[in-house]
Ligand binder design. Structure first.
Ligand code: AMP
Length: 218
């Protein structure tokens, strides 16, 4: 199994939390397109303002824009040992772009971990989700609280709630997932790369399951 992996799942499925445990264990780089986009948005540039229009409404950013961003990122030095893609690809055209990028880099895709979750669980999770403004580490105020209220355990940064984690936008993002991203399950199943990870409120369960998959630790 190659070292480039994908985590696929609806918003709130636990992709970021799984990535936070998996990347240090496998010594691969965590690449979250949502985080990359939020960085550009925070810069306040004209591109950032354009991107914010999509992200704040729960819509997807156009494929070409994301494709260019990922191509630049995957070619960087710190991605050579392998990456865990979180939030990308989100559409069939993006998955095709990824195949082309990885073929150009002569890197086979190792596996696609699909975190299945239903809408009610997503809403329950996301309305209580906060993350560190500085390092991005995710927390859940009930299931995975920080040691000190409002402060990141790792870096001491301030914990904030994402603007798109409001119930109405969560429903829109979930519907976008069902329409645009769900077809990727069959796409990767056909390539024999899909591994389904059952939803659980204990993040350690998903991490243990993934770490036990054949080839993941090599
Ligand atoms: P996430 O942090 O993965 O939940 O992403 C937050 C938002 O960023 C999404 O709701 C989309 O608006 C946008 N986004 C992130 N990744 C992608 C992608 N691969 N393609 C299009 N839009 C994306």
């Amino acid at each position: 199994m190659g070292k480039d992996l994908i985590i696929l799942g609806a918003p709130g499925a636990g992709k970021g939390t799984l990535a936070a445990g998996l990347c240090p264990a496998l010594q691969i780089k965590h690449i979250s397109t949502g985080d990359l986009l939020r960085e550009v948005i925070a810069s306040g540039s004209a591109l950032g303002q354009e991107l914010n229009g999509y992200v704040s409404s729960g819509a997807l950013v156009p494929d070409e824009l994301i494709g260019r961003m990922i191509k630049d990122r995957l070619g960087a030095e710190d991605c050579k040992a392998g990456v865990l893609l979180d939030g990308f690809p989100r559409t069939i055209p993006q998955a095709e772009m990824l195949e082309e990028i990885l073929a150009g880099l002569q890197r086979p895709l190792g596996a696609v971990f699909y975190l299945s979750v239903d809408l009610e669980r997503v809403i329950r999770r996301l309305v209580s989700r906060v993350s560190c403004q500085q390092c991005g580490r995710p927390y859940h105020l009930v299931n995975l609280p920080p040691k000190a209220s409002g402060v990141c355990d790792d870096c001491g940064g301030q914990l904030i709630q994402r603007e798109d984690d409001k119930e109405e936008t969560i429903r829109k993002r979930y519907a976008t997932f069902m329409e645009k991203t769900r077809p990727l399950i069959a796409f990767y199943q056909a390539k024999k790369l899909l591994v389904e990870v059952a939803a659980s409120d204990n993040p350690q369960d998903a991490l243990n399951f993934v770490l036990q998959q054949p080839g993941v630790q090599q």
